[in-house]
Design a binder for this molecule. Sequence first.
Ligand SMILES: C[S@@+](CC[C@H](N)C(=O)[O-])C[C@H]1O[C@@H](n2cnc3c(N)ncnc32)[C@H](O)[C@@H]1O
Length: 198
Amino acid sequence: MSKNSLIYSNIFFYRSVMNILYKGNYRRRFDGIFKLISGKSVTELCFGDTLVADYCKQHKIDWKGIDSNETFISRANKKGYKTELNDINALIYFPKADTCIISGSLYHFHKNIENLFSKLLECAPVIIISEPISNLSNHKGIIGKTAAISATVNGQKQNFRFTKESLLETLSNLSAKLNFNFKVVEQFEKDWIILINR
Ligand SMILES: C[S@@+](CC[C@H](N)C(=O)[O-])C[C@H]1O[C@@H](n2cnc3c(N)ncnc32)[C@H](O)[C@@H]1O
């Protein structure tokens, strides 16, 4: 049996589910990220899709992606992108870049968040985080039902999601402890887009 849930088994299925959750705006949610990319190299953690990679290629920015899902890695490799198949919890450091991006994935690491942030801060001077701040499985109708398909990654169910309050509290605590500034730049649909400079 696959260690990942069905939504991670195929990019077309993944995009269809995401399009339901983002009310047809799945691709547009990356625009807020693109605007904040700085410099000539990007490390993207938990990239899943290759929309950031495509943007970087178009703009002659060197991109490297890390993900633990073999299907996403092999699809990106086929498109000629530099990738690493790895569990980012297991890495001691991430490849250095001008910008580090993690989108739609912070909730996977809520139990080990300080360790993740230490590595993000070592990775790049600019960090972009895009993160859902509501759990759509509480919503009614198709959106709630779709979100309730519980995501399973590496054999573990991922039910935790941040709220505005818990994400703000987490970022405030980490910024005091690890000495960085952060700004919530915008909200797009259910996501906050956050910029960190160190
Ligand atoms: C919800 S998807 C987000 C994908 C994409 N960044 C986006 O914004 O649509 C979460 C991604 O994180 C990856 N992932 C989850 N846990 C991981 C881990 N420990 N190490 C590396 N990748 C992980 C999954 O394989 C998946 O591609």
